[in-house]
Design a protein around this ligand. Sequence first.
Ligand code: ATP
Ligand code: MG
Length: 648
Amino acid sequence: MSHDAIESFWREERRYPPPPAFAAQANVRDPAVYDEAARDPEAFWAAEARGLEWMTPFTRGLEWDPPFARWFSDGRLNATVSCLDRHVAAGRGGKVAYVWEGEPGDVRVLTYRELLAEVCRCAHALRRLGVAKGDRVTLYMGQVPEAVVAMLACARLGAAHSVVFGGFSPDALRERIRDSQSRVVVTCDGGWRRGQVVPLKANVDAALAGETPVERVLVVRRVGDAAGAVLEPGRDVWWHEALQGAPEAFPPEPMASEDLLFLLYTSGTTGKPKGIVHSTAGYLVGVASTFRWVFDAKPEDVYWCTADVGWVTGHSYVVYGPLANGATSLLYEGAPDWPRRDRFWDLVARHRATILYTAPTAIRTFMRWGEALPAAHDLSSLRLLGSVGEPINPEAWVWYHRHIGGGRCPVVDTWWQTETGAIVIAPLPGLTECRPGSAARPLPGYAAEVVDEEGRPAAAGAGGFLVLTRPWPSMLRGIHGDPERYRTTYWARFPGKYFAGDGCRRDADGHYWLLGRVDDIMLVAGHNISTMEVESALVDHPEVAESAVVGRTDAVKGQAIAAFVTLKGGVEPTPERAEALRRHVAHKLGAIARPDAVYFTAELPKTRSGKIMRRLLRDIAEGRALGDTTTLADPAVVRELRERYEHA
Ligand code: ATP
Ligand code: MG
C-alpha cells in the first residue's frame, strides 16, 4: 500500500460510529468507579457482563466453592457473537478489525464483516474435518490473520483452541498436543521471520511422527513454494481448498458460561508449562472490560498490541478484548529488526497508530539500538503506551515515555498472568497517576494485597507476596488434567487467597511495585533484595544494555549476587568494567546489593515470549543440572554461558 492509499484508507475508516454500549461506558472516567466497584464487586462485574451479547441472560453472579469459582453460570452465549456478529448487526460491518502487515511488506485488511464470513467458512471446514463441540484443536501458526480466524472458528462451533506459539520445537508441540488431546491441528506451510522461512508445517510433521491423537491437519498457504511443505494425503488439507465454497454463515453454538473457551500453556519461566483452563463468559467479560478501561479506545484509535497470538497477551489483547469492543488493530507478522531496526516505527508512522502495547524486553532492545531510529519517524499519532510481561525498570519506562511517546503519552504498566486471563493491576490513564516502574493499583473489581511469610498484610513499603483476595470473572478455572497442581500452585501457600508467585511492594499511597517472581528474590545476609532492583541499577549504567541477576548459595551470606550483563554495542567486556559495575550498583542501592560476580554475555537466555529465564542462570551459577529448557528461544545461549561460567 502506498503512503497516500493508507492515509485515505484511514480517513475513510474514521466515519464509523463507536459501538453504542462502548460509547456510553467509555466516557465514564470517574475516579469514583474504584470505590463503587469495591463496595459491590459482584454488581460491578454483572454490569460489565451485561455489555456482552447473551443468548440466555444470566441471573447468577459468582458461585464460590474455594478454590473453584463459577461466574454467570446459568447464562448462555457464544464468544464470537460479542466479537463479530453484533458489530455487523449494528451497521459497523465495514469497520476494519485488522490491518495486517506481513514481514515482506504485503498488507491485508479485514473488516468486521469479512472477518465474520471467514470465521464461518473456517468453522464449516473444521466441522468437515471432524471437529465437534467440546473438542480441543491445536493451532501452531505464525502471526497471520488466519490464526485469529481459526481461534474464533473453534469458538464458533464450541471447540476449544490450544494455541502453541509458532517458535516452539516439534517436541514442545507434541507434548502440548498430547496434553490437550487434540485430534486436529491447524498450521501454516511456513512463516516469515527475519527474511527466513520458519518451517511450521515441517515442525508439525516432526511432532506427529511421534505418538499423538491427531487425525487431520489444516494448512494455510502463507509462504508458498519456498516453504517446501508436503501434504500427507488423507491427513493434511490446504486451508484454501477446505474453505472453498463453504457458506459465509455458521450458526453460533450456544455455550454455557463455564464451558471451556481455550487452553493455553504458560511460558515455563518457573518450570514445566501449565495448561491453563479458561471459561467462555468469565474470560470474555474480563478481557472486554479491562480492554475498555485500560486503553479507553475511541473509534478513531488504531491500536497495536505487538504480542504474538501464541501468548496470553495475544489472546486477550490482540483477539478477544479489542474485538469485543469493536476496535481496529494492527497485526504484524515479523521481526522488529526486519528489514531494518526501525520496522516498528515505520509501522506506527505509516498506519498512524495511536496506542502501542509491547513488552519491556522489546523496549530495552530498542534502547540498545538508540533513539535516533524512532526519532527519524513521525510518531506523533501515539497517545497511549502500554507495557506487559516483566517488571519494567524505571529507566526503560522513562525512555519509552520520552523517545516513543514524545513525553506526552501515559505509559500504562499492566500486571497480569496467563492465569488471570486479563489485566489486574494497571493505571487508568487520565484517572490514576503513572509512576515509572509501578503498575499503579488493582483495576476496579479486583482485590489484591501484599502479605508477609505468614500471610499478614505487609507494612507499607515492605516487600512481600502478591495475592488476590477475591475471585474475578476471568480467573483460570484450573490446570488441564491436574486439579491437584491447581490447588497446590495457587491456593495452598496462603489459604483462601490466590498466590500469584510474584513479589511486590505497596507504597504508602497504595501503588504496587512488582519485584519479579518470588523465586527471584534473594536473601543476602538477612536482607531481601529483588533481582529486579539490582538489574534496574545495572541497566541505569550507560554502558549496560541488559542484565539478569540471580542469587547463588554463599556459605557466609546465605546468598550472593551474581549478575549476567550484556553491554551496549562497541563496549568491551573487561575486568575493570566488571569492577566499575559492582561499584555502580553499590552506589545506587547500597553496599549490601553489590554483586559478587559480574559475568559478561552477548545474549541472555530468554523464553520465546522474551522473558529472562533466571532459573536457568541460577542453575548455571550453582553448577546444577539444567531444568526444563524447552521454552528457550535459543538453547545455545545457555550452553555457551554454562561452558564459560560453570566453574567460575
Ligand atoms: P510460568 O508460569 O510457566 O513460569 P510465566 O509466568 O512467564 O510462565 P505468563 O503467565 O505469561 O507466564 O507470565 C506472567 C508473569 O509475568 C507474571 O506472574 C509476572 O511474573 C510477569 N509479569 C507480567 N506482566 C508484568 C508486569 N507488568 N510487571 C511485572 N511482572 C509482570
Ligand atoms: Mg507464571
